[in-house]
Ligand binder design. Structure first.
Ligand code: MN
Length: 328
């Protein structure tokens, strides 16, 4: 098995400032170590990959990336620069790195054009979006142009968490709950439901959405979603598919990033199927070796392990299949 990981972050010195809001969540010494690793795209990262038996990282700019930029024109320039930089990194190690583009969603038409340039000219494999862009979510009508382009190019968008616009009242007095431990997953899962009920996957039935962290809890609640959609007032919403879970099974792909636990993996396998689960580590925020060991020893069939670790990524990202099918 050639092991390919899809949620693998980096940052550039020019863009490190955009991470200030994320840094405020973390313990200072943890953030300092992660920041150092985010900036490295050579020896230390490749050595860590080698030690863990990880063949390829699909790189993405760390959250919130250029979506934190308040000037749309600056965001467009930053996207061009960072995507060119990423393509250069990949060109140096084409068998070890691939990448997702950063998009200047502050300017939807420019974001669609940058996605096309990144895929068609730079060889990137889709784009990673960090939650909302100054309060605009991906179901916004203005961003249909990005979905249209992604569907046309047959590349996925990877929806990654970031800090919310604000924190719900239930978090008042509990800042420890705001961040990747808890609120990010809720925000991201809710963002996905906005896409479903906002009609994005009805408008673009071939659109593919990647979701990290074992699906942000969604694989666990499919039956409940379907059941209660039969109870709730529909507020004029007419979905083309009968059940919300059909969109999650059809348009969504999840990665194991940041979740090295068999119980949620088995639940995801049963609810999503082995063709919709891919591998990820969430480097440098999680330990690569823990993640690779988890997949290599998870109580699943070797056929499913091969799909999750390699084959689904090759298919979804149009990576050239490796000849190194040496078994798992
Ligand atoms: Mn991540």
């Amino acid at each position: 098995m050639k092991l390919i990981a899809l949620e693998e972050h980096f940052v550039t010195a020019d863009l490190v400032g955009h991470g200030a809001s994320t840094a405020s969540i973390a313990q200072p010494h943890v953030w300092a170590e992660a920041s150092r690793r985010l900036l490295d795209l050579n020896e230390e990262r490749l050595a860590a990959m080698d030690a863990a038996g990880l063949d390829m990282q699909v790189l993405s700019l760390n959250s919130p990336g250029i979506q934190a930029e308040t000037d749309p024109a600056a965001a467009v320039r930053q996207a061009t620069t960072v995507n060119d930089f990423l393509a250069g990194v990949i060109a140096e190690h084409p068998d070890r790195f691939s990448g997702f583009a950063a998009l200047p969603l502050q300017d939807p038409a420019a974001a669609a054009d940058e996605l096309e340039r990144a895929v068609a000219q730079l060889g990137l494999r889709g784009a990673l979006v960090n939650a909302h862009t100054h309060g605009t979510y991906l179901d916004d009508p203005a961003l249909r142009v990005v979905w249209e382009r992604a569907e046309h190019l047959d590349v996925p968008l990877y929806l990654h968490p970031a800090n919310g616009v604000d924190a719900a009242h239930v978090f008042s007095g509990h800042p420890e709950l705001v961040g990747p431990m808890w609120s990010w997953g809720l925000d991201t899962a809710t963002h996905v439901l906005r896409l479903i009920f906002g009609g994005v996957f009805d408008d673009f039935p071939k659109a593919k959405l990647l979701l990290g962290h074992m699906g942000e809890g969604l694989p666990y609640v499919l039956w409940r979603l379907d059941s209660r959609w039969g109870f709730h007032a529909h507020h004029g919403i007419e979905l083309k598919r009968e059940r919300p879970s059909e969109y999650i099974r059809h348009n969504l792909y999840i990665t194991t990033s940041g979740v090295c636990s068999s119980a949620p993996l088995l639940a995801a396998l049963l609810s999503m199927g082995a063709d919709h689960i891919l591998f990820g580590t969430d480097y440098p925020f999680e330990d690569i070796e823990t993640a690779t060991q988890f997949l290599r020893t998870a109580p699943i069939s070797d056929a499913d392990r091969l799909k999750i670790g390699q084959q689904n990524a090759e298919k979804l990202l149009h990576l050239t299949p490796s000849s190194a099918y040496a078994g798992v």
